[in-house]
Design a protein around this ligand. Structure first.
Ligand code: URA
Length: 427
């Protein structure tokens, strides 16, 4: 086959700050997926995009080209509307676990295709795999059946959805080009649009533990993604939410499952409950059910019932005891005062180094590894009080985890001004 364009010319257009024409975008994404555009050429183009940006119409075309590289799912045969949630990733972000069954209990089906963690933010599938017997891999027919019967499914995204993104993401990961807003927005939205959800709520994290460190960048990413979803016919809204501090009191795998179950039982940390309910309200409203209050389904046990059915449908035993670590190490307060800051990045990296996350794709993670927080910003502590418990099966990991926590917790005289969990809504 003769190719209509050549990669150096496409790269040069973006290198020189120009707009990529639609037919060149279609070609470069397709040719990269076919192996005709080489990884080093796509890396150069990704870097040019990171440095020079893309117009909205270019991002929209790029997203469409990534969707066209694979299959599209179709949930139109289901008897209820669908809504999904995507988080840009944060420390202690277990919200998908209580949220999917909660929204299902309110009559909206949740097809949550998730990934595994790489780096300091944990993966939803890694967390759920801490439940004995639970399986992440479902066929498309099994997924549809579970959505109809239970209303919620959290499973691995099949390799058929946006294969161009899978290939490009792997390249960005090793070429310093993950952070380009047009590439993040098109990566996330190509998968969500191809997944076929009717409504989508985006949880765009801002802060030290997030991809987006500043509110301005998070807002730009959120606005770009909302426009891409809306243009593709998906009712899309975004919440900007705080990620300076870990969510809840746990970061890791089994510890986050346990905390999610506490929320489903009507307890759990206030910030996790608040964000779960805020996202559930947005998902229900986007799916046309704004007359339903998810707080009722949390309080009366319907969300817990949906969780148990969702876990069991994927082979998991919701009553099985969760893994406990072989070793723990308690970090105590060096002085008395008010906790001013608990840095999300420090806690996330510590949990990762303890074995909760992986540093290479395909590596095993430890179910019991993670960090349990005993104090959050605003809490009073006395010298010697426990601040954190580190958990692992391999104690030689403690030293590197402790290095990550160096300076991560500040204790001072004055109460800190904690940021609200939900900072803004876009859409
Ligand atoms: N998550 C994705 O799926 N893609 C990105 O580019 C960044 C986060």
């Amino acid at each position: 086959m003769t190719e209509p364009f050549d990669a150096p010319a496409v790269i040069a257009t973006k290198r020189d700050g120009g707009r990529l024409p639609d037919d060149q975008i279609d070609w470069v994404v397709d040719a990269f997926t076919r192996g005709v555009v080489a990884p080093e050429q796509m890396s150069a183009l990704a870097m040019a995009i990171l440095l020079n940006g893309m117009e909205r119409s270019e991002i929209s075309r790029w997203t469409a080209a990534m969707i066209a590289s694979g299959e599209r799912m179709d949930f139109s045969s289901l008897s209820r509307p669908t809504a999904d949630k995507h988080s840009t990733g944060g420390v202690g972000d277990k919200i998908t676990l209580p949220l999917a069954p909660l929204v299902a209990a309110c009559g909206v089906a949740v097809p949550q295709l998730s990934g595994r963690g790489l780096g300091h933010t944990g993966g939803t599938l890694d967390k759920l795999e801490a439940i004995p017997g639970w399986r992440a891999d479902l066929s498309n027919p099994d997924m549809l059946r579970q959505l109809e019967d239970v209303g919620a499914v959290i499973c691995a995204a099949g390799s058929g959805l946006a294969p161009a993104d899978k290939k490009l993401y792997a390249l960005r990961d090793v070429t310093g080009t993950v952070e380009a807003i047009p590439l993040i927005a098109s990566s996330i939205m190509s998968k969500k649009i191809a997944e076929g959800t009717g409504a989508l709520v985006l949880d765009v994290k801002v802060g030290s533990g997030a991809f987006m460190k500043t509110e301005a960048d998070a807002r730009e990413l959120a606005e770009t993604m909302v426009a891409l979803g809306t243009d593709a016919g998906v009712r899309t809204v975004a919440l900007l939410t705080d990620m300076d501090t870990p969510l809840g009191l746990t970061a890791g795998n089994a510890v986050e499952v346990a905390e999610s179950v506490e929320v489903l039982a009507g307890g759990g940390p206030g910030d996790v409950v608040e964000l779960t309910l805020a996202l559930a309200r947005e998902m229900l409203a986007a799916a046309g059910k704004d007359d339903v209050d998810p707080a009722d389904a949390l309080a009366d046990g319907r969300a817990m019932d949906a969780w148990r059915r969702m876990v069991a449908a994927q082979g998991g035993d919701p009553d099985a005891p969760l893994a406990t670590p072989r070793e723990t190490h308690v970090v105590t307060a060096p002085e008395s005062g008010t906790v001013g800051r608990v840095d999300a990045m420090g806690v996330g990296v510590a949990a990762w180094r303890l074995g909760a996350g992986r540093s290479r794709p395909g590596e095993d993670v430890q179910a019991a590894a993670g960090v349990v927080l005993h104090a959050k910003p605003g809490d009073e502590v006395r010298a010697g009080d426990p601040l954190l418990t580190l958990q692992t099966d391999t104690p030689e990991r403690f030293a590197r985890a402790l290095e990550a926590l160096d300076g991560a917790i500040e204790i001072g005289a004055a109460p800190a001004q904690a940021r609200d969990v939900v900072i803004d809504r876009i859409g």
